[in-house]
Design a protein around this ligand. Structure first.
Ligand SMILES: [Fe+2]
Length: 219
């Protein structure tokens, strides 16, 4: 299984601890490939479900946290007032694959959370040339989001770096590789730089230990 593919459970724990420290400090970490968060069969399945199953995409120019955007969004689970599955057929298949308890337990460990976590919101962002996502905080969408997980489904693109800003003024810039898993803290501001060429396609989900209504304060 993916959680043990790195070797002994001690090696697994050491890898998680290391990534957890990076996530805590930088606000972002890429999960080591050796941990095989998803098998290649699962990646293929996700790519097919997300990009070739007729999921409806809408153009978004103002993000959920009010930030300027230019991105095509395929909604799978929305969380405006509470989590709601959008496209049942596609969403349920993707959820079934992602919400494996061992996978969620791994995310809980990475985020150093005491309680089990769940997926509250999930979407696919399609970014063509000139697309970008402006600086924002995920907690402005839902104050109970802890981490977001980005699964990179886009094979070829240039630009589109994911930039996360730390409280000390520093930042980390990551250009996600095909089939990489990037985890980021929802309390650190971040943005996606303009895509220059190709298509940057990613499945993003937001994780929380809280399962009640969205406690976001609305104007
Ligand atoms: Fe975000």
């Amino acid at each position: 299984m993916y959680q043990f593919s790195i070797g002994t459970s001690q090696q697994f724990q050491t890898a998680i601890d290391k990534m957890s420290r990076i996530l805590d400090h930088d606000g972002v970490v890429v999960i080591e490939t050796e941990l095989e968060f998803l098998t290649s069969k699962e990646w293929d399945e996700l790519e097919k479900l997300g990009l070739r199953s007729g999921l409806n995409y809408e153009t978004v120019e103002v993000g959920d946290a009010g930030e300027p955007n230019k991105v095509e969004v395929g909604r799978l689970i929305t969380d405006v007032d509470r989590p709601r599955v959008v496209d049942e057929e596609i969403s349920e298949k993707i959820l079934k694959l992602l919400k494996d308890p061992r996978r969620l337990a791994m995310l809980q460990k990475l985020a150093q959370l005491d309680s089990p976590v769940q997926i509250r919101r999930m979407q696919i962002n399609l970014m063509h040339p000139n697309s970008f996502i402006g600086l924002h905080l995920d907690k402005d969408s839902n104050p109970d989001y802890e981490i977001s997980v980005t699964l990179q489904l886009g094979r070829y693109f240039e630009g589109g770096a994911f930039v996360v800003y730390r409280p000390d003024g520093g930042h980390t810039s990551i250009t996600p590789e095909y089939q990489s898993v990037t985890v980021s803290r929802c309390d650190y501001p971040h943005k996606v730089c303009t895509v220059e060429s190709g298509v940057r396609a990613s499945l993003v989900f937001f994780v929380s230990s809280y399962d009640g209504d969205n406690r976001r304060l609305r104007a």
